[in-house]
Write a protein that binds this ligand. Structure first.
Ligand SMILES: [Zn+2]
Length: 247
C-alpha cells in the first residue's frame, strides 16, 4: 500500500510540560515551530515530582491557556510522573526502577488510584485551559492493568503508548508504529536514540509520531537529530493533530 503526502501524517509532542521545565519547553516549542507550527501536543504533568504543582491563576497557568488557545493540544501526562508503587514481583520492580528511572507513575497503580489521579489531574488542567483535554499519555508510556481500566472508564478520547494510539472508550487502534524519541540519561542511550531516530524517520508508516523531552535541549547532538528528523518527516508528511485521527 502506498500513501500520498496528504494522508501520511506527522504527530509531534512535547513531554513533561510543567513550570519546572518552562525554559526547556520554550526552546522545544521554538525548535518545532518551523516544522509543525502549533500542530503539536503538550503532555502536561499536574504536579511534577510532587513539588511543582500547576497553580490556577499563576503565570505558568496562563501560558498553558494561551498555548491551548493557539491550537496546541493538551494531554494529561500522569499526575506526579513519579512511580511510588510497591512492586511484589522482582521483574516488575526491576522494570519500574531501571527501565524508567522510576518515572512510570501509572505502571503499578490500582484502577481506583489511577482513576482518582486521572480525575484530579484532568479537572486541574481543564480549569486552567478552559476546555477539555485532548488525551492522556502515561509517564514513560507505561500502563498497568489498573491504569488501562481506569482510562477505559474515563471518556478521554485518545491515549498512546510507545507503539500505538488508541481510543480508550472503544479500544480501537488509531495509529501504529514506534514513536521516535531521544534519551540522554546515559551515553549509551543517547547514541542508541540517535541511531533509532535516523532509521525510523524514513519508516513507511501512515502516522509517524515524534516525542521530545525537556532534557533533549541540553545536548546539541540531540537538538541536531531532532531538527533532521522533522525535516525528513516533513518532506512527505502533513503535520497533523492527534484529534485528526478521530475523523
Ligand atoms: Zn514524561
Amino acid at each position: 500500500m502506498s500513501f500520498t503526502h496528504a494522508n501520511r501524517l506527522l504527530l509531534a509532542s512535547i513531554h513533561d510540560v510543567s513550570s519546572r521545565f518552562e525554559g526547556e519547553v520554550d526552546r522545544l516549542t521554538d525548535l518545532l515551530a518551523p516544522h509543525v507550527g502549533t500542530r503539536l501536543a503538550m503532555l502536561v504533568v499536574p504536579n511534577h515530582w510532587g513539588d511543582t504543582p500547576i497553580v490556577p491563576g499563576s503565570a505558568f497557568a496562563s501560558r498553558l491557556r494561551s498555548w491551548a488557545d493557539q491550537g496546541i493540544e493538551m494531554f494529561l501526562h500522569g499526575f506526579t510522573h513519579r512511580d511510588e508503587a510497591e512492586y511484589s514481583g522482582a521483574a516488575d520492580r526491576m522494570r519500574a526502577r531501571f527501565m524508567t528511572a522510576s518515572e512510570g507513575e501509572f505502571l503499578g497503580l490500582s484502577c481506583a488510584e489511577a482513576a482518582a489521579r486521572i480525575k484530579d489531574g484532568r479537572a486541574l488542567i481543564e480549569s486552567v485551559i478552559g476546555r477539555p483535554i485532548d488525551g492522556f499519555v502515561a509517564p514513560a508510556w507505561l500502563y498497568g492493568d489498573g491504569a488501562r481500566e481506569a482510562l477505559k472508564q474515563s471518556a478521554i478520547p485518545l491515549a498512546e503508548d510507545h507503539l500505538r494510539v488508541w481510543s480508550p472508550a472503544t479500544g480501537a487502534e488509531l495509529a501504529w508504529g514506534p514513536v521516535i524519541t531521544w534519551a540522554s540519561r546515559t551515553r549509551f542511550r543517547l547514541l542508541s536514540s540517535l541511531a533509532a531516530a535516523a532509521a525510523l524517520r524514513h519508516a513507511p508508516l501512515r502516522v509517524l509520531r515524534i516525542g521530545v523531552h525537556p532534557p533533549d535541549v541540553r545536548h546539541p547532538a540531540l537538538v541536531g537529530s531532532i531538527g533532521r528528523t522533522f525535516t525528513a518527516a516533513r518532506r512527505n508528511r502533513r503535520a497533523a493533530r492527534y484529534r485528526d485521527l478521530l475523523d
